[in-house]
Each structure stands twice: as structure tokens, then as C-alpha cells.
Design a protein around this ligand. Sequence first.
Ligand SMILES: [Zn+2]
Length: 66
Amino acid sequence: MTPLKKLSCDICTTSFTGDTFDAWFKQMQAHYMNDHADVMASMADKPKSEGEAWVAAAKKRFNAAQ
Ligand SMILES: [Zn+2]
């Protein structure tokens, strides 16, 4: 069984738990759309590579979390 990991948002202190990065990331996406819509909007104007770098950094954080 994969242990549940708890990791906070990279902008605020809201935390989400998930057993996989995808499960955690799905919650993060919903949270971003609700609470950080302005960040989402500013990201939309940036090159795709920046969004991918953000996802890669988030994945690294998730893998490093206990
Ligand atoms: Zn947040």
C-alpha cells in the first residue's frame, strides 16, 4: 500500500493529501482554480515550458515529502 503524503500548496498554507502525485495534483489544480485563479491566469500567458517546469518542481516536492 502506498502511504498517504501530505503536502502544502506552494503559494498558501493549505495542505492536501494523496497517495500518488496525480491524486495530489488533481486537488491542487482544483484549489488553484478556486483560490489562485489570478496565478492560473498569469501562467496561461507564459510559455508551456514554464508550466511544465512548475509541474516538475511540484512532483519533486511531492516525492521528497514524507
Ligand atoms: Zn494555495
